[in-house]
Ligand binder design. Sequence first.
Ligand code: NDP
Length: 527
Amino acid sequence: MSSPAGARRRAGERCVTLADRVDAAAAESIAVRSPPTDEVIAQVPDCSRDDVETIVDRARAAQTTWTEWPVEKRVAVLDRFCDSLLEHRRDLLDLIQLETGKPRHNAVEELLDAVGTCTYYVDTAPKLVESERRSGAFPAITDARVHYEPVGVVGVISPWNYPFNLSLTDAIPALAAGNAVVCKPDERTPFATLFAASLLEAAGAPPGLFAVATGRGETTGPALVDAVDHISFTGGTETGRAVAERAGQNLIDCSLELGGKNPFIVLDDANISAAVRGAVAGAFANAGQLCLAPERIYVHESVYEPFLAELCSATESLSIGFEFGYGPDVGSMIDGDHVDRVDGYVQEAIDDGASCHVGGRRRPDVGPHFYEPTILTGVDPDSRIACEETFGPVVSVTPVKDAATAIDMATNTTYGLNGSVWTTDLGRGRHVATSLDCGTVCINDPYLVGWAALDAPMGGVGDSGLGRRHGPEGLRRYLESRTIATSRIGPFVSPSIVPMGLYARALVGSARLQRRLTRLKRRLSPR
Ligand code: NDP
């Protein structure tokens, strides 16, 4: 492993080269800063509406070649791309760390997620895009086939917290399905996505097929929504609403992965040490800047005291700092505005009577945007910190008298992204899980076991989003279905020699017969 200074210098030089890849005549540029030091890494173009249109036009041209390739040839490119992600992992991890300030182990999560997603869709895409035979209107004399076509150009708008994998986890299935992708990463974290675009091209993708339009959310974002055929958005709920509204105006489909206020329920029979390990790993991963992170912990009153004591002691022992390479447990937050926001929530909760057991402090001695992992109790259930997503290293702990109360409190929210249930009785865990109104619920794990189940759909309900990523659903959202139905006996109109009344009676008789046959089939092979 090279020296930290060497890693920083090399990653910085790579960023300058990557910025040149953006196909833009933009007059304006954006200075991207490294969160742990606040130093400027490099400038990227602030793409105008014209720039976005040019990039999307180029992607559209590349897509016409890509979609003509057999799916096996397309996934072979993605397979090589996946190999190259592993091959270039050191450079990639340095880049992710430089632009996010996260610990290396959280950067590894990004790499592994992209590799897992690629491996999954390389394997499954050929089957998912195959045309299918469905039942025709009338057995034997008609048939129906469904063909799946790529929608065209998919726009991916991604946030800063996991910039690499949240761009790729939506882009890879879109590409495998035969689409082009234009990605707008967050203006604070464009480089890992630009690196991915360069590696994909080196793996054999037509130039411009996976393009990056750097720029600001309020200008580049809407321009992208206006130019593409599907928009896949990950970010905050309010921005998601604006994106959905615009997609609606343009009559294009959208998938939205939004925020959460994720509950974590510890039942009376839980393994307390395992639950504490899960709470620390979940709540403080990436300094709590993780959409799936638990923010509200409900603990059965019989185990509340030992759980809280062990949680506080495990949290106090976390190290804070930044290093290229495997170092501190908790890294930097993204910027000063976000630290101010999180600290504002914490101080307001304390002013309203909450107790702060651990943390609750900025750490300017470590770097400009560091904040201590924080544990609060006695939080007012109607306060902002109890109801709104904090998106920082802060968790509240509340005792509950039974599982039903925990479920009531957990579901008292407009969000529904991810829940977590801790118990040694898995049947009981599944029962509680089905009562939580969330897109994903993990039993005896904070989030990873759900996220990493790449064959299963993932997404939110309510204010947490629309649509699903991962699994077959994650690819099919990027396909348009076209049904081709055939009649083997000519048109279904009344033959001129048969009176209309007789023809209508024959059709009704045939509908009756079909209903009888369907019932018989159900009786012979019940579910
Ligand atoms: P934002 O919604 O502010 O930004 C997300 C992306 O949208 C950025 O690229 C941003 O660009 C862009 N954007 C901003 N305004 C517009 C607009 N009007 N039209 C189109 N695009 C726009 O999210 P945050 O930065 O606050 O990111 C954190 C949020 O993301 C949290 O709420 C978190 O829960 C959520 N998230 C959800 C995940 C999930 O899978 N459900 C995963 C990770 C995060 P720019 O910043 O450059 O202006």
